[in-house]
Design a protein around this ligand. Structure first.
Ligand SMILES: Nc1ncnc2c1ncn2[C@@H]1O[C@H](COP(=O)(O)OP(=O)(O)OP(=O)(O)O)[C@@H](O)[C@H]1O
Ligand SMILES: [Mg+2]
Length: 486
């Protein structure tokens, strides 16, 4: 069999790869991935919307020598099948070119190494003119003309990526400057989530600072780690000898979040939409807020979020896409994940419908009890064993009888429909609001004042095992020590 060499026609291929479907934020993230892989600790983004508008992405990574820069500019510079270093966030040898040229017509990469500045450029219009893969090489005078070059010169090593002729960013925009402001907002939000573990400086990774027009990007923790509960142990799945780490989280109920926290979590609607898996490839968030069709995004599972950490050497199994914005778990992982989500969703449902009650903890005396009926439904009843009720029954049987009638009325008239609607709409139902320890001690003092002296000590001990007092043991013991409760 004979063969002929048939390289792609440069102008057509460059134009077509512009349509891979990058959003501005995904394109920026692809460039930042390269900076992280190059060991950068600082990434500065500049959006300059006036006159000859441009976008600049500057890092203080290790930079590139002449050969490396040439190879970096080549489409398909690295084989996707090649093994990568553990920290590398790349895979296809395309990102720098495809992400950049999806947003602009001129891509310039300047890099500094050993006090040497080198710059090369893809200009789509020039490639169209020559009909060839003609890469432009800038001389030292031309390099001095590049926007923000002085910032790069301050670093010992680093790389500056410049996008000019922002045709895609400008398409259809009447007021480009204003619209760009909105888009920058999206970029900031995206980066604060996608790189939050780098921005926090999690142990084991180099801390990263990202600034947009000199303003630092603050990390957003999608698990609200300081308040969430890790209700189940981590699970480690081993695939082809590589580790996948799974950590299930249950967010606190919305009434326990501050309004700032609710806002960062995407608002009430965002909370529901962003439940699901959070898949990180080398600690960089790849896909989030999906159950991969293993479960519906329901109301009752909205507090469940599962962190999945995958290494970069299982990319083929997860069918990673060029934009690094989708990945699908392989069958062998799906089965394991499925059993984890079922367990977690069940716990989420419980927090949602019956929060704060230690249902399973028999040592605690609850105010309300939830019974399963024979018909398969549930019934909520005030606990007749609740210590204060027991005491009243003992002291005055007539009042106890009347109280019993009243409790029945309360139980039969719980405003369920309205409660249900309030909870579904994330209204703040304040019946169950957090009490301060001061209020708790005052209530206890009231109770003890009215109680029969002979049962004092026992009553206090019983109340310590009773809702809501059981959540304040330390404060109560302290008050006893100080003689406030006797
Ligand atoms: N900021 C940078 N600092 C140092 N080297 C870089 C930088 N950006 C790119 N490179 C080099 O250029 C190469 C090509 O980058 P490019 O983003 O096109 O592909 P990739 O990162 O290898 O894979 P992917 O297509 O998955 O992003 C990188 O592998 C890296 O060696
Ligand atoms: Mg890359």
């Amino acid at each position: 069999m004979k063969s002929v060499e048939l390289p792609p026609y440069a102008p057509t291929l460059i134009e077509s790869t512009r349509a891979i479907g990058y959003s501005l934020e995904a394109a920026i993230a692809d460039i930042i991935d390269n900076s992280i892989a190059a060991g950068a600790s600082n990434v500065d983004l500049y959006f300059f919307p006036i006159d000859e508008e441009y976008v600049a992405i500057l890092d203080n990574g290790r930079g590139m020598d002449e050969n490396e820069l040439t190879s970096a500019m080549q489409y398909g510079s690295k084989n996707p099948l090649e093994e990568r270093s553990k920290e590398d966030l790349g895979r296809f040898g395309l990102g720098l070119k495809t992400a950049s040229l999806s947003q602009c017509r001129v891509l310039t990469v300047v890099t500094k190494i050993d006090d040497l500045l080198l710059a090369k450029r893809w200009d789509i219009d020039y490639v169209s003119k020559t009909g060839k893969w003609s890469l432009l090489i800038l001389d030292s005078n031309e390099i001095q003309e590049i926007p923000n070059i002085e910032q790069l010169m301050k670093y010992k090593t680093g790389t500056l990526v410049i996008w000019q002729k922002l045709d895609r960013l400008k398409t259809g925009e009447i007021n480009f400057e204003q619209e760009l402001g909105r888009k920058i907002g999206n970029v900031r939000e995206h980066l604060s989530l996608v790189y939050h573990r780098y921005l926090f400086g999690e142990t084991g990774i180099r801390k990263l600072t990202i600034k947009i027009n000199n303003m630092e990007v603050e990390p957003v923790d999608p698990f609200l780690t300081s308040k969430s509960v890790q209700v189940m142990d981590d699970e480690i799945l081993i695939i082809r000898g590589k580790k996948i780490e799974v950590r299930p989280y249950l967010l606190p109920h919305i009434s326990k979040m501050t309004s700032d926290e609710i806002k960062v979590m995407g608002g009430k609607e965002g909370l529901r939409k962003r439940q699901g898996f959070y898949v990180y490839r080398n600690k960089r968030l790849l896909v989030w807020g999906t159950w991969f069709r293993m479960m519906r995004q329901g109301e009752t599972s909205k507090l469940a979020r599962i962190r999945v950490d995958i290494p970069n050497d299982l990319d083929d199994l997860w069918t990673l896409d060029i934009k690094k914005s989708s990945a699908i778990p392989p069958a062998e992982v799906r089965n394991n994940l499925k059993s984890i989500i079922e367990k977690l969703a069940d716990k989420s449902k419980r927090t949602w419908t019956y929060r704060g009650k230690k249902e399973l903890d028999d040592s605690v005396v609850h105010v309300w009890i939830r019974y399963k009926t024979r018909a398969g439904g549930f019934i909520y009843e005030i606990n007749r064993e609740y210590p204060l009720l027991v005491e009243i029954q003992r002291e005055n049987i007539e009042i106890a009888n009347r109280l019993s009638l009243l409790m029945k009325q309360i139980e039969e008239n719980i405003p369920l429909n309205s409660l249900y609607l309030d909870l579904i709409n994330d209204e703040k139902v304040e019946n169950e609001r957090d009490k301060s320890s001061k209020e708790i001690i005052l209530t206890l003092q009231e109770i003890l004042k009215t109680a029969d002296n002979s049962i004092h000590n026992n009553l206090l001990e019983t109340l310590k095992k009773t809702e809501p007092f059981c959540n304040f043991i330390i404060e109560i013991d302290q008050a006893i020590k100080e003689g406030k409760l006797q």
